[in-house]
Design a protein around this ligand. Structure first.
Ligand code: FNR
Length: 342
């Protein structure tokens, strides 16, 4: 199986997963207490967010997906256009295909070519050499570097890596060597409090909890196997709201991705302490089914509706949402009880 074929499979299967599921997740266990006199004036609402010396116009980003094949290069071009038109930050998919075969560089570089002034994040895994991490940043003239952690994806992947022990030390080497902020992210199984607490000592400036509730890579990898015998890894890990609650004062700013389905989920994640909110699977599906115009409309609508929610809830800024009264129900409430979270 070539790496280009795997990239194409991931895109196809992730979009199918959105069409098949896209239903309930633990964000449904988070609700805002409605205060009818809390509202403010829409012109007083701002969407800008600042964290770890990074300033974004809006608290929404297109999270890491793809690159490395002709098809995924075209997807990256479309995603970059949508990011440019909506002012959202954007991340590349894993750039290891480029390290193996530099002839696919343009399928990644397009993220910068189409979006010269935007906030662009390069993406590598925790085994990348320091040189390759620097090459990834250089290729995209990236503003930040994402390092993804994906043990629950590698495990069912036929060609997957099984050596995870070197990851912490390699993350520390990369953060010491690159001159942009490093963001450590999961890929849909969540970052626990224990993991988050380890990151600042490795030089990591920001974490993206990327929890369960949306794209499920164990499910995707399983459906690429003749024998789907890792089915027990489906739904592995903690949901995104559970990660945010578990984090408490983890000591670094948190991005939230994994199962963000709509602007209400974005507001919920911000209320639980995220500094910005990312989406991959939902945006990919929109792009594949409706093209760039539909994706631009979707992102613009989400931003407009997030501002509308902030107006109702009396939150002048995304950070003000953390002061709103939130109720936690159901499974998420049980998670909090089990973890000793008030
Ligand atoms: C991803 N994701 C991902 N993450 C990463 O760090 N490097 C990567 O190369 C990829 N590749 C990738 C491909 C496709 C097709 C999808 C849909 C996703 C994971 C992504 O960034 C995110 O963490 C998860 O998808 C969870 O968010 P959603 O999809 O539930 O919004």
């Amino acid at each position: 199986m070539s790496s280009a074929q795997r990239k194409d499979d991931h895109v196809r299967l992730a979009a199918e997963q959105q069409r098949a599921h896209g239903g309930r997740n633990q964000f449904d266990d988070v609700s805002f207490v409605h205060h009818a006199l809390a509202g403010i004036d829409r012109p007083d609402v701002r969407l800008a967010t600042t964290f770890a010396g990074i300033s974004w116009q809006v608290p929404l980003y297109i999270n890491a997906m793809t690159g490395g094949s002709a098809k995924t290069g075209a997807i990256n071009r479309d995603l970059a256009v949508a990011a440019r038109e909506t002012g959202t930050a954007i991340a590349s998919g894993s750039m290891h295909a480029y390290f193996r075969d530099p002839s696919c560089a343009d399928t990644f570089r397009v993220l910068r070519a189409e979006n010269p002034d935007g906030f662009v994040m390069a993406n590598v895994n925790a085994t990348a050499s320091v040189d390759n991490a620097r090459r990834a940043v250089d290729l995209l003239e990236a503003n930040a570097l994402q390092i993804h952690l994906n043990t629950a994806q590698e495990t069912p992947m036929p060609e997957g890596d099984r050596s995870f022990g070197s990851w912490p030390a390699q993350i520390a080497r990369i953060t010491a060597a690159v001159d942009v902020p490093v963001i450590v992210k999961e890929v849909g199984n969540g970052l626990s409090r224990q993991t988050l607490l380890a990151l600042p000592d490795l030089g990591v400036r920001v974490a993206d909890v990327s929890g369960r509730g949306g794209t499920d890579f164990a499910r995707i990898e399983n459906s690429r196997r003749a024998l789907g015998d890792y089915a027990f890894l489906h739904d592995w890990g903690q949901s995104t709201p559970a990660c945010l609650l578990d984090a408490r004062d983890a000591g670094l700013p948190l991005l939230a991705s994994g199962g963000i389905r709509n602007p209400l989920d974005a507001a919920r994640a911000l209320a639980l302490g995220a500094v910005a909110v990312g989406s991959s699977g939902v945006f990919l599906r929109t792009l594949i089914d409706g093209g760039v115009p539909d994706l631009i409309t979707q992102i613009s609508t989400w931003l407009d509706q997030l501002a509308a929610l902030q107006t109702m809830l009396g939150a002048r800024t995304p950070a003000d949402l953390t002061r709103c009264d939130v109720l936690i129900h159901g499974e998420l409430r049980s998670f909090c009880t089990d973890r000793g979270i008030d």
